[in-house]
Design a protein around this ligand. Sequence first.
Ligand code: ADP
Ligand code: GLC
Length: 482
Amino acid sequence: MKILLVSSEVNPYSKTGGLGDMVGALGKALAHAGHRVGIVTPLYAGIREKVPGLQKLALPLDLPLGSRQVTAEVWSLDLSPSLTIYFIDQPSFYFRPGLYGERGGEYPDNAERFIFFSKAAARLAIDLPWQPEVAHAHDWQSGLVPILLQHQRLQAGWQSPIRTCMTIHNLAYQGLFPAWDYALTNLPSDYFNLNGVEFYGLMNCLKAGIACADVITTVSPRYAREITTPEFGCGLDGLLRKRQDSLFGILNGVDYEEWRTSRNPFLKHSFSGNNLAGKAKNKLALQAEMGLPVAADIPLFGSVTRLADQKGIELTLGALEEMLERRMQFVLLGSGDPAFEKAYRDLAVRHPDRVAVRIGFDAGLSHRIEAAADFYLMPSKFEPCGLNQMYSLRYGAIPIVRATGGLDDSVIDLADDPEHANGIKFSDYNTAALAKSIRKALALYGAPDLLRHYRRNAMAADFSWERVVDSYAKVYGASQPA
Ligand code: ADP
Ligand code: GLC
């Protein structure tokens, strides 16, 4: 099959969270499985310096954006004969310090930036000489791709239209803009209604994709069920229920070429399920790096996260406040909401021997934390899939998660299955429930045989993309033009 992925983030070129990881890895996995794959993404500042060998494509873009014309160049990078990245080069839109904003604020012209991006991707879907059969859009930034292609299809009366797939990575971010920004799409007003782009008088980019794509996927089976309920539906549950027959939940995979515990350039010491000595050494190294007391026998908890309400930060802060009188350490790497950043900094100041905090984004440190930690905290309020709990499983850091979305689908608690238990799950969204799970973790730490059993299960868990890539191929094939 010939597939064009469209995403505002692609690891290793750009990433603010799991979206970049997922699209980069899915592209690789589809290409490995024998498909022809292209990935369209913006050329952000810094990419050109990092990636030598970009080739200018003989497909210059000159597209209407409301009342003006905007031009862009397309640069391609062939990673293999069957995998090409297409970078949309429009410096005034994408050559900035952030992807979506700076210092906690969004760029005011994000509607223009990502409507233009969606138009550029739709144009490539039509004009690329290898003629993609499927355009697969990810999140609101490319949410207009299905509707733009549908419109082209109707106008041109194509014989073999491109099928469209819309993946929801996080329903909480919908790309909402004032109604007047709809003019930037240059689409007829017919699509600005209840069944299309309109949402309580606003323009909603993700809704456009959900309404118009031939098929919709989300990143775990449980989240696929959750988003059809008012509690998790973010106002779109009605539409999602309507489209339920075309909605599929496919659990994300892990790129184990990147997330590996041996010969990993970010880790000082290699380790494996049968040889945990390297993990113990990584723990000592991290304690030293973070300025904590260096001691092999203190249980170490870790977290690497966007500091956003979704991630249950208030629970972590509350539960730690209660638990830190015990002998334990906690290491955090994260950035986001300034109030959460401050709360963590304050916690570290109050508990200098127990807590170390790094505010920022640091890929190397994220690997070192997962490799060093005995336990990994992820008490999300909701979690479409979550990748860090899967990374922590592979790195032998027992995940402590709230049973929601992909966290529930990927972690096995003692209560689910004692033989295969690899983590600790709790249900109630409150501090006491998380504190109780941390107490369970401390008890587990005091029972080395059981801890070894958990670790072995955790490190053996297999979330490789090869297991799920066929599900995408099936879904693409199942999609029928609207
Ligand atoms: P989400 O996409 O909701 O943020 P995921 O668990 O799916 O959550 O993916 C998060 C990804 O972003 C992981 O690869 C994680 O390591 C990475 N990440 C998050 N915050 C940071 C940070 N401060 N530094 C480095 N990597 C981070
Ligand atoms: C989103 C979700 C996260 C998911 C990631 C990749 O950022 O918040 O749960 O793992 O997308 O699909």
